[in-house]
Structure formats: structure tokens, C-alpha cells
Design a protein around this ligand. Structure first.
Ligand code: ADP
Ligand code: 5GP
Length: 221
């Protein structure tokens, strides 16, 4: 079907079929991408999260299968050998990877997919699926505020925080590998910008598969 009609406020809104997109959020640790990702998933039923596999131990409150799939190094290596990852990388001394099958299933079900991955994973994803990838990088308003947020989150030890701060500047250096760069000063304003980016990218001509049929019908009556 080239399009479907959705009722909005009593009026029929035409929604054309479109290609799902791969929406990537990256940032130095602590800048707020998980918070933004959560808000997006909560408010937008058209997008689902790609749950990564990691060898990092769970933080308090993290749930296996929801925040991450937590595995040991041997399991991770086996998955990599079997070609089960779309991408994977070493981050902060642990391995993190995106399992391929769930992403393919979400796209096939007509969903967009949200990725909370680092710049290395973003590069790999872009090499694989360039046209379908939208890359957003989140910057903190300052280095001081970044550290305050990591401390305020209360999930990491001083050693882990020091490690994350030490890497922050080199991660920030990758901002120019992204399509959009946002400063997460005020969370609501930053979130609003993310929603605008997503809305615009969904309307891009190349993603609207249903346009050809729709335009043909307009022309041919
Ligand atoms: P990341 O996923 O990038 O590591 P988080 O989303 O976990 O970062 O955010 C780190 C901490 O900063 C959390 O405690 C979160 O509530 C807080 N935070 C996120 N965005 C803002 C913001 N704009 N202003 C103040 N605090 C924020
Ligand atoms: P955290 O340990 O704070 O959850 O994540 C650390 C970093 O790893 C973050 O920058 C996060 O975006 C990144 N990350 C999480 N999952 C993946 C993944 O599947 N692949 C890659 N390349 N990075 C990931």
C-alpha cells in the first residue's frame, strides 16, 4: 500500500509509506544522550531502541535485555565470530556491539531504530547503511558541567568518572563526523531539536517510498 489515512482531530492525515531510518545519538559520556534517548522512546511510538550487547558489568538499576544485553567476553567474541554484530567497538576497556537481527526485524516492521553508540560504531554503521543513517552528536555546555553530570548521576565510581573525563576531549573531537550537533544545555530545548530533526528526516524525499505512487495518482487522476 502506498499510503494510509490516519485520523487526526477529525481530519484524515495522509501518511505515505517510507523507509525506516537509523537514528544515532552519540556524545561524550555524561552529556545526556541516554536521558534524551529515553524521552524520545517514551514520546515517539515510531522509533525503537537497538539494545546493545556489552561486556561491561551492569550499573545499579540497569536491567538485562532492557538497557543492555550483558554478556561475558567469551560470549561476545563468539557473537562477533558468527557475524552477529552490525558493528562493535572497544569503549572504556569493555566491548560494546549492536546485534544485527533485532535491527533488521524493527526495520522490516516499519519502525525507525535508535542507536546510543559511540563514534567508532557510528562510522561502521555509516559505512554499511550510509543513506539510512542520521547521525546526531550531543555536546555538553562545558567540561565542568560534564563532570558535574557524571557525578550527579551517581552511578560510577571516582575511578570510572576520572576515566570518562579523560576520554571526553578525544570523543568531543569527533563532532565533525555527524550530520547534526546539538548542545545539551537545557534538556527540553535540546529534546525539541531532536524531535525536529527526526520529523524533517522522515520527510526526506528519498525515504518516502510511497511518493511515486501517490504523485502518479495525482497526475493520472
Ligand atoms: P550519557 O548517556 O550521555 O552518559 P546521561 O543521559 O546518563 O548521559 O546524563 C548524565 C546525567 O546528567 C544524568 O544524571 C542526567 O539526568 C543529567 N542530565 C542530562 N541532561 C541534562 C541537562 N540538560 N541539564 C542537567 N542535567 C542533565
Ligand atoms: P555506557 O557504559 O556509559 O553505557 O556506554 C559507554 C559508551 O559506549 C557510550 O558512548 C555509548 O554510546 C557506547 N555504546 C553503547 N553501546 C554501544 C554499541 O553497541 N556500540 C558502540 N560502538 N558503542 C556503544
Amino acid at each position: 500500500m502506498a499510503h494510509k489515512n490516519n485520523k487526526t482531530g477529525g481530519k484524515e492525515a495522509i501518511e505515505l509509506d517510507r523507509r525506516g531510518l537509523l537514528f544515532v545519538l552519540s556524545s561524550p559520556s555524561g552529556a545526556g544522550k541516554s536521558t534524551l534517548a529515553r524521552k524520545l522512546l517514551y514520546s515517539d511510538p515510531q522509533i525503537s531502541l537497538s539494545v546493545s550487547v556489552t561486556t561491561r558489568p551492569p550499573r545499579p538499576g540497569e536491567v538485562n535485555g532492557v538497557d543492555y544485553h550483558f554478556v561475558d567476553v567469551e560470549n561476545f567474541k563468539q557473537m562477533a565470530r558468527r557475524g552477529e554484530f552490525m558493528e562493535w567497538a572497544h569503549v572504556f576497556g569493555h566491548r560494546y556491539g549492536t546485534p544485527k537481527a533485532p535491527v533488521e526485524a524493527m526495520l522490516a516492521a516499519g519502525k525507525d531504530v535508535l542507536f546510543d553508540i559511540d563514534w567508532q560504531g557510528t562510522q561502521q554503521l555509516y559505512q554499511e547503511s550510509g543513506n539510512d543513517v542520521v547521525r546526531v552528536f550531543i555536546l555538553p555546555p562545558s567540561i565542568k558541567e560534564l563532570e558535574a553530570r557524571l557525578r550527579g548521576r551517581g552511578t560510577d565510581s571516582d575511578v570510572v568518572i576520572a576515566e570518562r573525563m579523560a576520554r571526553a576531549k578525544s570523543e568531543i573531537g569527533h563532532w565533525d563526523g555527524y550530520d547534526y550537533v546539538l548542545i545539551n544545555d537545557d534538556i527540553e530545548s535540546c529534546f525539541g531539536k531532536i524531535q525536529h530533526i527526526l520529523a524533517a528526516e522522515r520527510l526526506s524525499r528519498s525515504r518516502q517510498k510511497g511518493l511515486i505512487g501517490f504523485a502518479r495518482k495525482l497526475v493520472n487522476g
